[in-house]
Design a protein around this ligand. Structure first.
Ligand SMILES: *Cc1c(COP(=O)(O)O)cnc(C)c1O
Length: 387
């Protein structure tokens, strides 16, 4: 199989700005993707093909853990990990209030109760001090058992695992990392995938490592946990495929998606480096322009799933950018505790999550964003804020 070029081709600066450029990436890896897909069409093992174990081996190596179990989506990964740990009714699972809705859905689908926790204003990930407060509240109320902690590596930046590990250990919490946005990131020179008891990744097309459909994976060093995940993703089967050992799901990754991911892994490291270069150019240009540039942490290397700034009059600024051809997004306009589906789980106000949801603005970021395009985005943002 041919090896794709190691460097990112220079895009022309005059091109229209897109929020996530999957076309440039596709052009770069087309022969590799086509060959991988052709191989699946030839062996026709569309489920459980040889691509699945090849992918699991490569992902486990990258994550620095003993076991990877590929699943159908990031949401499947979260749900399978919670179910496999026996999380269910009466259990409290601590989740940041500022995240994608799938984090809370997985908890609620098990029958457990999400306890929303505020975020750290600098890192935008779960605030360890507020987590300690919510733990005390749950204990004092006495109606739920504090069982699990689900930090989210928002926008690709790992959460504060130095402190979270300690809190999880002291409180005997199962720590499941929602790394849907952060596969490829590092903290203290260790790869995402090795933090906590289990890690869930998503390969939705727009994530830093995305397939051509839905996909996800779970990571752990615990062989017993991994074998339970393998059973749960496949209807709960035992050693013999016709014996039901657990109540399971159909949550498998298919061979075609694994083939696409294997092709993309050949350029993933160079794409992560290109994302970092884009982020650094944004940082340098925007420090004096916005209220806050995207969160960073000296001990971490983000996967840069998103580049999120904070600005005043956010909706006006976004509209002004749209008018000059600069696409933006708002992740997320509503913290989870204020969403209709989750209001019944809301406790106190969560002031940081609420304030950030009003000021956050996500700028285009992908490995193929040209320096000239970044400068245009920054100039437009400066004009929109001052105008
Ligand atoms: C994308 C995402 C998910 C869900 O992943 P899917 O693959 O779309 O199911 C979960 N949590 C977070 C934080 C996400 O960004």
């Amino acid at each position: 199989m041919s090896h794709p070029a190691a460097s990112v081709p220079a895009p022309s600066d005059g091109d229209a700005i897109v929020f996530v450029d999957l076309a440039a990436q596709q052009a770069r890896i087309e022969p590799e993707v086509n060959a991988r897909i052709a191989a699946v069409l030839a062996h026709r093992r569309f489920i459980n093909g040889p691509e699945i174990s090849e992918l699991e081996t490569e992902l486990a190596r990258r994550a620095g853990v003993g076991h990877c179990v590929a699943v159908g989506s990031g949401t499947d990964a979260l749900l399978v990990a919670l179910l496999a740990h026996g999380i269910g009714p009466g259990d409290a699972v601590f989740v940041p209030a500022f995240t994608y809705m799938a984090s809370a859905n997985a908890v609620i689908l098990t029958g457990a109760t999400p306890v929303f926790v505020d975020i750290d204003p600098a890192r935008l990930t779960i605030d360890p001090d507020d987590l300690e407060r919510r733990l005390s509240q749950v204990r004092a109320a006495g109606t739920l058992t504090a069982r699990a902690l689900m930090p989210v590596d928002l926008f690709g930046l790992p959460a504060d695992y130095d402190r979270l590990d300690d809190i999880a250990r002291r409180n005997a919490l199962f720590m499941l990392v929602d790394a849907a946005q952060s596969f490829g990131a590092r903290l203290n020179d260790r790869p995402v995938g090795c933090f906590g008891d289990a890690t869930a990744a998503s390969f939705f097309p727009s994530k830093p490592l995305g397939c051509y459909g839905d996909g996800g994976a779970l990571f752990t060093n615990d062989a017993v946990r991994a074998s339970r995940w393998r059973s749960l993703r496949h209807h709960g089967i035992g050693e013999d495929a016709m014996s039901s050992e657990h109540v399971g799901l159909n949550a498998r990754l298919d061979s075609l998606q694994a083939a696409v991911l294997l092709a993309k892994l050949g350029i993933f490291d160079s794409e992560l480096e290109a994302r970092e270069r884009v982020a650094q150019r944004y940082d340098a240009r925007l420090t004096d322009v916005v209220q806050a540039t995207a969160p960073r942490c000296p001990a971490a290397q983000s996967a840069w799933a998103s580049y999120a700034v904070q600005v005043p009059r956010r909706d006006d600024v976004a509209a002004a950018l749209k008018a000059v051809g600069v696409p933006t997004a708002v992740y997320y306009p509503h913290p989870l505790h204020l969403q209709p589906a989750y209001r019944r789980y809301a406790g106190d106000a969560l002031p940081v999550a609420e304030a950030v949801s009003r000021s956050i603005l996500n700028l285009p970021i992908h490995p193929y964003l040209a320096p000239g395009a970044i400068d245009r985005i920054c100039d437009s943002l400066d004009a929109a804020i001052s105008g």
